[in-house]
Write a protein that binds this ligand. Structure first.
Ligand code: ADP
Length: 821
């Protein structure tokens, strides 16, 4: 084991110094240092300085002891020690060329002493170290080494940490303290170093620093807001970036706040209680409400951990914002609640059943329908259990079938007997529910009570039918008057189909015969909500006119607004006709009355005159002075007047029989030619002496014509027509013609007499009707002949018509059914 050679630290000068022992007077000795120096001053003087070095000796001895101790310490020290000494001391000051000196140092300073600890640090032996120079030590980076040396020499000492390599190449961290050694003249003789291998510590520190760095990084960069708060003061001690970002407070603001400041006021009591009662190191505090800087309330999930932070009891808090989840949950719950409230308050029964048809949900309407007190009474039960009757079986089977088929049943109408025994109509829909794999997991059912609708439907049906089948015409228009609806009676009356009039205006029915004012009044009334009643003369599709009695009014909606107009109309054509007929009848009655008066006046004349003649001539015959020469003449008058009277009475009898329907006709086959020939021969006698030609034209080819008629009555017809013709014709001719027309024979009795004015053509066949009235009587007659004639012809199946012009004669045409020709 080498020892320190202190002589190397003693300065040896050129003058003479030595140590010796001097005696004191009392005989005790003491060590001295004697210094002899030759001083030249004119001549050489010897200056001797004797210095008591007792103290020094003591010190040297102490040093020597210390050096020995030092050597022991040096060797046993766990720290590395070494000495590097220069071959020659150097003057290191500002005047020196330090670079040059360092050059020298790096080649001439050598490790002179090194302990085991130091060797261990480098894994080397003494031989490998002793004598090596800095150049060898800093072989790879001499400049770096020189910098360190410069610092050491400048400051006299140096503390540093360096990473170095063992001889094996392994990296070590070394903490070193280096102290310069000087000689008595202040020159640097070398330095010694104490080196500790701090590799382990360094690594630990590095690991700790790294770990802290990591944790700080994790804390700072954790996406979840994190903070540390003081358990005593609740103050924030540290917050991470996410907290700053999320809560809106700056880092500085946070550090001035307490955790109470991020809570809604309502939650603070709970917070304090919670903090106080929380004993666990790791605490899942659950869901809390926090308030951001902007006042927004968020929901957070809090986890905290008890830690010591800067010598304070603190909690590290991780806050996870679960507002979205909570809000979604709250929304969902609110939605569920809303849905449930909605479902419960819907008047329609709504229910959900599981795959076995058991109720999982039933709203109030359903519960009531079933007749249970509460939903709980229905849950878990099938329809079979709930109803237990035919309805229960039907519903249950239906449920299973729907779930089996996976097909919805929509809007099935069913009669449902409620718990109160009343029958109700339900419109039931059942829709299967599927899970995410498409498997049926149940069904949802809705049963709408449509009893009201059904009743309303029935009512509407009734009303619709009554409108459809109404004997009145019904028209419904919109507010613009365009037709929206007409009932079948409308089509029946007007001839227009529904399709033809929908969208049209009822003015298509206008006849043009009504005054415009009527329509104005009508619209004024109905647009102001009043009812209008009145008559219309309208025109059908075929152009025919017809009378209607209309009631029109407006239809209002619930808001009282007019939405439509409705017209209910009756065809009063018949009534109108009857009225007209009544008027005609009345006029006729008046006319009849008048005619009757005329007839009576006529009769008194027509009946009296022949009677007077008969009585007069009979009296003359009974007179004694009667001239018998005149007898034939008188008798002829009596017979003629008698016949005349008979004819009048016959006419009256006939007409009364006709009116009572008692006149009987005996139809027979009559040969027309024979009949006409007979008439011709009869009238040939009557016409004798008159200036009238009697023409009867019988075509040769018509000998076989036969008609079906009552011969006597047909003769009566000819008599009436011919006697009139003769009566009203003074000259010219009276003619009989006939021809075949279809299945009839048309006869014509014409004359060239006075004719009949147009206005009499229609009524000349009426009873008692005569062209001349009683005041202008010239021709006589009772006005019954043509009425009887017409009646007889019609009874025989024919018709009669007149062609005549005043002054140009008259021609009466009548037909009789033909049998053969
Ligand atoms: P009467 O001849 O007895 O008055 P009728 O019924 O036979 O009754 O005739 C009615 C009326 O018709 C006559 O009064 C006469 O005015 C008119 N009339 C009938 N036949 C003729 C005729 N051939 N020419 C002109 N007027 C006629």
């Amino acid at each position: 084991m080498p020892t320190l050679n202190f002589s190397r630290f003693t300065m040896i000068s050129n003058h003479k110094i030595w140590e010796g022992v001097h005696l004191r007077k009392d005989g005790t000795s003491f060590p001295v240092e004697v210094s002899l120096k030759i001083v030249q001053f004119e001549r050489d003087y010897l200056i001797s300085v004797v210095r008591d070095i007792t103290e020094r000796k003591h010190a040297q001895e102490a040093i020597f002891g210390a050096a020995q101790k030092m050597d022991a310490f040096f060797d046993q020290s766990l720290d590395g020690f070494f000495f590097m000494m220069l071959d020659e001391p150097i003057e290191w000051n500002d005047q020196a060329d330090k670079n040059q000196l360092l050059e020298y140092v790096f080649s001439n300073q050598r490790i002179t002493k090194i302990n085991h600890a130091m060797l261990d640090q480098y894994g080397a032996t003494t031989d490998q170290f002793i004598g090596i120079t800095p150049n060898e030590m800093f072989r790879h980076d001499v400049e770096q080494g020189k910098n360190e040396w410069r610092k050491l020499f400048d400051q006299g000492k140096l503390h540093n940490e360096t990473d170095e390599r063992k001889l094996s190449g392994e990296q070590i961290f070394v903490e070193g303290d280096y102290i310069c050694l000087y000689d008595s003249e202040g020159r640097i003789t070398g330095h010694f170093g104490i080196q500790r291998d701090v590799t382990q510590g360094k690594r630990m520190v590095h690991a700790i620093v790294e770990s802290e760095r990591k944790y700080h990084y994790l804390f700072e960069n954790n996406p979840a807001p994190m903070w540390i708060y003081d358990l005593d003061t609740f103050s924030f001690l540290e917050v991470n970036r996410a907290a700053v970002d999320h809560y809106g407070y700056s880092h500085q603001e946070f550090l001035k706040m307490t955790i109470k400041d991020i809570r809604p006021l309502d939650d603070i009591v709970r917070l304090l209680t919670d903090v106080e009662s929380t004993q666990q190191i790791l605490n899942h505090a659950g869901t809390w409400r926090h308030r951001k800087k902007n006042g927004a309330i968020i929901y957070v999930d809090i986890t905290s951990h008890l830690i010591d932070f800067e010598e304070k009891q603190a909690r590290l808090v991780i806050s996870t914002d679960i507002s979205d989840r909570i809000n979604a949950q709250l929304d969902l719950e609110a939605e569920k609640k809303l849905l449930r409230t909605l479902i419960d308050n819907l008047p329609d029964p709504i229910y959900v059943k599981d795959r076995e048809g058991r109720k999982m949900l039933a709203n109030m309407a359903d519960v009531q329908n079933i007749g249970c007190a509460s939903e709980a009474d229905t849950l878990g039960k099938t329809d079979l259990e709930l109803f237990g009757n035919a309805i229960g079986k039907r519903g249950y089977d239906e449920d299973l079938r729907i779930m089996e088929n996976g097909q919805a049943m929509l809007n099935r109408e069913e009669i449902f007997t409620k718990s109160d025994g009343f029958h109700r109509w339900l419109l039931t829909s059942k829709v299967p529910l599927f899970d995410q794999y498409g498997k049926t997991i149940g069904l949802v059912g809705i049963g709408r009570d449509i009893t009201g609708i059904k009743k309303a439907e029935e009512q509407i049906n009734k009303l619709t039918k009554s409108i459809e089948q109404s004997p009145s015409t019904i028209i419904i228009t919109d507010t613009k008057g365009n037709i929206e609806y007409v009932n079948p009676k409308f089509s029946e009356i007007t001839g227009y189909t529904k399709e033809e009039v929908i969208g049209k205006n009822p003015r298509i029915l206008k006849s043009g015969e009504m005054p415009a004012a009527v329509y104005l009044q009508l619209w004024e009334a109905i647009t102001s909500g009043e009812v209008w009643r009145g008559e219309f003369l309208n025109r059908k599709k075929n152009g025919a006119l017809y009378w209607e009695w209309a009631t029109m009014t407006s239809i209002r909606n619930e808001a009282g607004e007019i939405t439509n107009y409705i017209a209910i109309k009756e065809d009063i054509s018949l009534r109108k006709q009857m009225e007209a007929d009544l008027i005609v009848s009345k006029e006729k009655a008046e006319e009849s009355d008048r005619l009757k008066s005329a007839f009576l006046a006529n009769m008194s004349h027509e009946i009296r005159t022949p009677l007077n003649s008969i009585i007069g001539f009979s009296e003359l015959l009974a007179d004694k002075t009667f001239n018998t020469d005149q007898k034939d003449d008188f008798i002829h008058h009596i017979i003629a007047n008698g016949n005349n009277r008979l004819a009048i009475i016959s006419d009256i009898m006939d007409i009364s029989k006709m009116e009572s329907g008692e006149l009987k006709i005996h139809k027979d086959q009559i040969n027309v030619i024979e009949l006409i020939s007979k008439i011709r021969s009869q009238y040939a006698i009557q016409i004798e002496g008159k200036e009238i030609e009697f023409k009867v034209d019988i075509p040769d080819n018509m000998s076989e014509i036969e008609i079906l008629a009552d011969e006597d009555r047909l003769m009566q017809v000819f008599n009436n027509l011919l006697s009139n013709a003769l009566k009203f014709t003074s000259q010219g001719s009276v003619q009989i013609d006939f021809q075949i027309q279809c299945r009839m024979v048309e006869f014509c009795v014409s004359d060239t007499g006075i004719g009949i004015p147009d206005e009499f053509h229609a009524k000349i066949f009426d009873r008692f009707r005569q062209v001349e009235d009683s005041s202008t009587r010239k021709f006589g007659g009772n006005g019954l002949g043509l009425a009887i004639t017409k009646n007889l012809i019609e009874l025989m199946g024919g018709e009669i018509r007149l062609e005549s012009q005043l002054g140009k004669g008259a021609a009466f045409y009548f037909t009789i059914p033909l049998i053969k020709y």
